[in-house]
Design a protein around this ligand. Structure first.
Ligand code: HEC
Ligand code: HEC
Ligand SMILES: [Ca+2]
Ligand SMILES: [Ca+2]
Ligand SMILES: [Ca+2]
Length: 460
């Protein structure tokens, strides 16, 4: 390189120096920024926390998986995405004949919640008349206490493969009502009206009990599976002995593997004991795919045990997202209000996981904000349909970790079992029954406090 004068040389050096200093400054600022951002982030699931708060936040494997767990997770990921087709194709065949959707991921979108729309919303049904005259013949039948509906079973499959007829057509209409907070701020709530037209064109008889449910998120579930049973049962207070208006009961469900009664943990009414059974149930009922746990009547199966185990493995090995904005004064105020309004009586923040098939999930301090128990949530949310030990007004407390990312992952997705709540405010305003005092506390808060509480939920 040649310089025409000494001045030009200095100019060149000065330029290099500026570039160098700028680079150093940028790196230092980056380090400083990442440190200060980290101070705002907090692990929600111990070593199994994922530090990603983008639209792919729910798709992370826990960073502490060992190589074997990582392989199970990756294979499970493919299984979760596998779209089935009708027989006689050689691969991914066996869909239907009737079904709700063709893959796990088409309902659990980006592993988050799904929409209250045909293809994602499930309708569980019970013959209410038979229910009234039920005399159970054995333990598992007695537990199920949801007599199937003639021609529909316990779930409406509103899609079918070519050449077959869907069981029914499902239409969702929204009914809106108006209300106001104590400070006069108006709000609107909506609830669904489900219209079912059977294959023969007839409407569903009034005696059929219908329970619409949106797909819940599937991350962090292995950690919930790893909570020791006695720690969940210890929170139950069925007769409300401490007189705080909140009871909480465990669901008692049928475990298809052990052929015995077990604690229910998964599903909106905690009607499934573990993730393997929940996955087999999804294959069978949502996709029409038989498996070793739910074979066809003649004993044949459309997927093998290995695939079933991998589907469950994926849900088991999904991390929970880290909390954010821990240093934010409004968020801190919201967290205080969350406790003051007794939200944490059901949305329990702290657990310590015990044993699990996957070592990464063992012995972690987790903050899922659920007690996994059933609560009477009042008439407004009632589906009037029993599900094992759960009655028609009871729902399992959903976990709230990662809930602040719901709109980032799937904009316009709703909250609550049927996706009726468009915002956190609406979700809270629907709380009743055991949660009535919490709802009233929220309704009577100042606008500023309501905003702080919602901001706290957004930080989860
Ligand atoms: C048609 C949509 C649909 C499909 C397809 C589907 N699911 Fe689901 N899933 C749901 C709904 C709705 C629920 C809640 C059911 C209930 O509460 O009764 C659910 C619940 C779950 C849960 C429990 C979540 C929790 O927080 O308790 C898991 C795990 C799950 N599904 C995994 C799967 C797997 C694995 C597959 C594929 C084999 C699958 N799902 C396919 C709609 C679907
Ligand atoms: C008595 C137990 C109880 C109390 C107290 C309670 N909740 Fe809930 N919460 C539930 C149950 C059960 C549901 C699910 C109801 C349904 O889906 O119909 C729920 C649902 C939610 C949801 C929607 C979650 C989702 O994934 O769709 C949010 C948000 C929420 N609660 C926040 C709060 C806040 C904030 C408070 C305090 C103001 C509170 N809850 C108090 C039991 C409770
Ligand atoms: Ca099939
Ligand atoms: Ca059916
Ligand atoms: Ca109590």
């Amino acid at each position: 390189m040649q310089f025409r004068s000494l001045g030009a040389l200095f100019k060149r050096l000065r330029f290099t120096l500026v570039v160098l200093l700028t680079a150093i400054f940028t790196i230092m600022a980056g380090v400083f920024l990442s440190l200060s951002v980290n101070a705002q982030i907090s692990p929600a699931a111990g070593d199994a926390t994922a530090f990603n708060r983008t639209s792919s936040a729910y798709e992370e494997a826990p960073p502490n998986l060992n190589p074997w767990e990582t392989e199970e997770h990756d294979l499970g990921d493919e299984v979760f995405e596998e779209a089935f087709v009708s027989t006689p194709n050689t691969e991914s065949s066996g869909l239907g004949p009737v079904f709700n959707n063709a893959s796990c991921v088409s309902c659990h979108i980006r592993n988050g919640r799904g929409m209250p729309e045909p293809g994602q919303l499930l309708l569980r049904v019970t013959d209410g008349e038979a229910m009234a005259h039920q005399s159970a013949t054995n333990k598992s039948e007695a537990l199920k206490n949801a007599p199937p509906v003639q021609g529909l079973g316990n779930q409406v499959q509103d899609f079918s493969i070519i050449g077959e007829t869907p069981e029914a057509k499902v239409d969702i209409l929204w009914k809106e009502t108006a209300g106001a907070y104590t400070d006069g701020t108006p709000y609107r709530l909506r609830s669904p009206q489900i219209n079912v037209t059977l294959a023969n064109g007839e409407p569903l008889p009034d005696t059929v009990q219908v329970s619409p449910r949106v797909p819940p998120h599937v991350y962090g579930l292995g950690l919930l599976e790893a909570i020791p049973e006695q720690d969940i049962l210890a929170l139950a207070d069925p007769d409300d002995r401490d007189g705080d208006g909140i009871s909480g009961r465990p669901n008692q469900v049928w475990d298809e593997q052990t052929q015995d009664v077990a604690l229910g943990r998964f599903g909106w009414k905690a009607n499934s004991p573990n993730l393997l059974q929940q996955s087999a149930d999804a294959y069978f009922n949502d996709m029409g795919i038989t498996s070793p746990l739910f074979p066809a009547e003649d004993g044949t199966t459309e997927i093998d045990q290995e695939k079933l185990v991998l589907a469950a493995a994926y849900a088991q090995t999904l991390a929970a997202p880290a909390r954010t904005l821990m240093d934010d004064a409004q968020v801190q105020r919201g967290e205080k209000l969350f406790t003051e309004a007794s939200c944490n009586a059901c949305h329990v923040a702290n657990f310590h996981t015990g044993s699990h098939k996957y070592p990464a999930l063992r012995n972690q301090e987790i903050h899922p904000y659920t007690d996994l128990l059933l609560h009477d949530m009042g008439e407004g949310l009632a589906d009037n349909r029993a599900d094992f030990a759960a009655n028609g007004q009871e729902w399992r407390t959903p976990s709230l970790w990662g809930v602040g990312l719901a709109q980032t992952v799937l904009p316009y997705s709703g909250y609550l079992h049927d996706g009726r709540a468009r915002t956190f405010e609406e979700a809270i305003l629907w709380h009743g029954g055991e949660a009535d005092a919490s709802k009233v506390a929220f309704e009577t808060m100042s606008t500023e406090d309501r905003e702080a509480l919602v901001r706290f939920l957004q930080s989860l």
